[in-house]
Design a protein. Sequence first.
Length: 275
Amino acid sequence: MKAGRFHAFILAALITLAPFGRAVGVPAAAVAIDPARVTQRIVEQTQERDGLRDRLQMVPNAGAAREGNQVDVNQPSVAMATSQGGLKVTPETRGGIAYVSPYVEPNDYAHRNYCGAGAATVLISHWDPEFPQKVDIDQLGEEMNLDPGSGVWIRDIVKPVNDRVNAAAGQELNWYRYGKAATKDDFRFMLDYDIRQHGVPLITGVMTRGLPGWGQTNVGHIVAVYGYTEDADGKEWVTYADTAPEVSGYRGQVMQTVDLDTFWNAVSENSAQVW
């Protein structure tokens, strides 16, 4: 499926995301994110970026729904995820969604291992919604030292991503870092910091078994995460873009939503992030 050619039920409405833990009429307690349970290096990386917050918010982007904001359900990344039955957005939903554009890697054998470049394309689309239509995926792959036969190291995605965000910002912002979530608390902390607090997507490695569209296939993979929400029952959900083409063995939708426990199981076996 080409980027931009998707089928979704368009809902003419705006729904406000309730702040974590403060949804009126919802008895379930919100998940507490305790920095004391987070790996010290992960906490330090947030401290390194605290001084960049104001500049980050000045950079033009596709928008986001952070806690207390309205969700634009006509955004492609929201409409596709909701129409496919995964993402549920109600007035009781808490969390954040960073708007991105869909993308699928070229469906040929030469691009079967371009998931790193595909995930980067989706992430960059938060600042340039037309980027998936104009990206030179081979050039982007070259910039991150991608090997068509084996893929890319996640740490090598950081610079090409920052270069493009810097270009959109017109300054050396360098928001993104290379990180490694060692626990679910680490990963939850990353999701909360980037998506809920700052309204920007992130990239993570996964192993595919157990994720939608992969069946029993279990290979190293890279996806862009753009939604972190909690429902009225307190269950946490992760919404992400899987840009893999059919030739890679993927048989799922571009935009997927799974519960955090399922997603962390996949991440924990191949944990590395651009966040």
